[in-house]
Ligand binder design. Structure first.
Ligand code: HEM
Length: 402
């Protein structure tokens, strides 16, 4: 008997949102109706972990390119130029040309070499906050830390880090659909960040140094990338590592504050439990809500026959709590041993995150500094939460006493 596949129109619609539901409840509720759901615009969500891996495979999918700009009817400007030139929104040979020089220069060894400096920075930042009364955790630690770290890796002078951080957190808002006035600000800050990186590049070309940026520029010299592409690959390092790491650090600390027994395990034996807490923090309430792909050919997904051109968002909230992968998936548990070797929060396939080593290092060193210098830290406000289902999720504030 020939098996007949269901069609696009047979995919259930996403259910209505019920007041008070968490994002996890909502998406798991949708999953209970079937492995795929479609929203009113025709975007499909895929829930099981196995589909996350299947959709990151470039034999039948590709990364979105300028489609989000086209949908928003945007045809120019600094944010548009960023999308047009960045590795993240490109495919095939263009993507390989842009990614290759970064893979070779932003390498694991370079990142590991920066561990002592990052550890010292975390200690300084936490020492300044410890014992100082209520602390805005996001504003005083989780936001500035990634900006400082990446600014120092690309060679920005210490005195300019605040400026870089301001441009970054404003420009980054242009990567999601936002209101007109936010869009204008994001564009202005993206232009300022581009000009800043351009100046940094010019200064290294005039006088090289023994640093990442000089090695990156040597590597791209005479290659296929034009000036806009060279500049944009440096800009994306600054942008991609900021609100992701900020959200991941805050979310992990938020969970640890709510699971005091597990926080105490870190305090007692940080070398053993800090890396485990980082992996579990990245899983339990993920900073990335979904990863979007487009089918490049007719393909069967979870028993549905879908045409080329179909947009699918692989849902991180469900795949990181898939009972087929994780035991007791709704429990925050730093002792779990069932994390896959490659953590899905960093994506998969040709676009897998280039900054995983740096992100983990920052998260680990920040947690070590906190458990060492502020072992009695406690919440002074409701715990922070990540919200939304899109690419990088929004973060609520959190006040702690250290
Ligand atoms: C907890 C922190 C982070 C998370 C969860 C994260 C997650 C991700 C994910 C899921 C992707 C793939 C997106 C897709 O396939 O559509 C990605 C790509 C990328 N990430 Fe990260 N990231 C983090 C931190 C960083 C850091 C610190 C950097 C660098 C400083 C970085 C640089 C990049 C770059 C350059 C790409 C594009 C890779 C490509 O398109 O080939 N990320 N990240």
């Amino acid at each position: 008997m020939v098996e007949t596949l269901a069609k696009f129109r047979d995919i259930p619609e996403l259910p209505d949102y019920v007041d008070g539901q968490t994002d996890h409840d909502y998406m798991h509720g949708a999953w209970a109706r079937g492995p795929l759901a479609r929203d009113r615009r025709g975007l499909i969500r895929a829930f099981p972990a196995a589909l996350m891996s299947e959709l990151m495979d470039d034999r039948w999918t590709r990364q979105i390119e300028m489609e989000s700009m086209q949908i928003a009817a945007i045809s120019g400007g600094p944010v548009y130029d960023f999308f047009d030139n960045v590795l993240l929104f490109s495919n095939g040979q263009v993507h390989r040309n842009r990614r290759g020089p970064l893979v070779r220069t932003f390498a694991h060894r370079v990142i590991e070499d920066s561990r002592p400096a990052i550890a010292a920075r975390c200690e300084r930042m936490v020492a300044e906050l410890a014992g100082s009364g209520p602390v805005d955790f996001v504003g005083r630690l989780a936001s500035p830390l990634p900006a400082h770290v990446i600014a120092s890796i690309i060679g920005a002078p210490e005195g300019e880090v605040e400026l870089v951080a301001r441009h970054v957190y404003s420009a980054i808002r242009g990567l999601s659909l936002v209101k007109e006035e936010v869009w204008l600000e994001a564009n202005a800050d993206m232009a300022a960040l581009a000009a800043y990186v351009e100046r940094l590049i010019a200064s290294r070309r005039a006088k090289g140094a023994d640093d990442f940026l000089t090695r990156f520029l040597d590597r791209v010299e005479g290659g296929p990338l034009d000036e806009a592409e060279i500049r944009t690959q440096i800009m994306v390092l600054v942008l991609a590592g900021s609100d992701t790491t900020r959200g991941a650090l805050t979310s992990t600390v938020s969970q640890l504050m709510q699971n005091r027994d597990q926080w105490q395990m870190l305090v007692a034996d940080p070398d053993r439990w800090v890396p485990a807490a980082v992996s579990e923090g990245l899983r339990y309430d993920p900073v990335i809500g979904s990863l979007a792909r487009i089918l490049t050919e007719r393909h069967s997904v979870a028993g549905y026959d879908l045409p080329a051109g179909t947009f699918i968002g692989a849902c991180m909230l469900t795949s990181l709590r898939d009972p087929a992968v994780y035991a007791d998936p709704h429990r925050f548990d730093i002792t779990r041993t069932d994390h896959p070797k490659l953590h899905p929060i960093f994506g998969g396939g040709p676009h897998r995150c280039l900054g995983e080593a740096l992100a983990r290092l920052e998260l680990e060193e920040a947690l070590k500094a906190l458990v060492r210098l502020a072992p009695d830290m406690e919440l002074e406000s409701p715990p922070a939460r990540l919200r939304g289902y899109g690419a990088t999720r929004a973060l609520t504030p959190m006040v702690v006493r250290m």
